[in-house]
Design a protein around this ligand. Structure first.
Ligand SMILES: [Zn+2]
Length: 169
């Protein structure tokens, strides 16, 4: 059926994205390795040298470094934190109900609590239900995490670069 071409394109798009991401992470790792962060190579980021470098730097420089370091950590982790919060408050959920052709509904869905009274043998996993905007009631829903795009990856790489530039400067 014509659905096949979409799945294929989707597949290659995802493959390309993950290859790109791997390259970025690999590049960053090599970069950090040659700067000595892992201790096998002598460089400005070798753990023993960091303290000495910080002492040699002015206070402003340390502040700038802290700023870009926090920025780097934020840029790297924001979507994971956002996803964790979304998951906990049951946001970003979509309906998993399939129609006769096997197409998933995918409408946004909400968690609703059903009161089963005082019955003792209630399966706790089934005491939470989801209701989508199309009116489907389901015991399960799909969680859609936010993934970083190219811009987001560029931002954390840039923040990391600034850190290194400050330490070198
Ligand atoms: Zn639905």
């Amino acid at each position: 059926m014509n659905g096949n071409t979409f799945t294929k394109n989707d597949y290659f798009r995802k493959r390309a994205q993950s290859v790109g991401l791997s390259l970025i992470v690999m590049g960053a790792s090599f970069f950090l390795y040659y700067l000595g962060l892992f201790g096998n190579v002598q460089g400005p980021l070798t753990p023993g040298n960091i303290g000495a470098s910080l002492a040699a730097m002015g206070v402003t420089k340390v502040h700038m470094l802290m700023f870009f370091l926090s920025f780097f950590i934020m840029a790297l982790t924001w979507n994971h934190i956002f996803n964790l919060v979304s998951f906990m408050i049951a946001s970003r959920l979509t309906c998993m109900r399939k129609n006769q052709e096997g197409i998933v509904c995918g409408a946004s869905t909400k968690r609703i609590k059903i009161n089963y009274g005082n019955k003792k043998n209630i399966d706790k996993n089934k005491s939470v239900r989801f209701k989508c905007v199309n009116g489907h009631n389901c015991f399960d829903a799909r969680f859609n995490p936010v993934k970083k795009g190219v811009v987001s990856h560029t931002v954390w790489v840039a923040a990391l670069l600034f850190c290194v530039i400050i330490m070198y400067g």
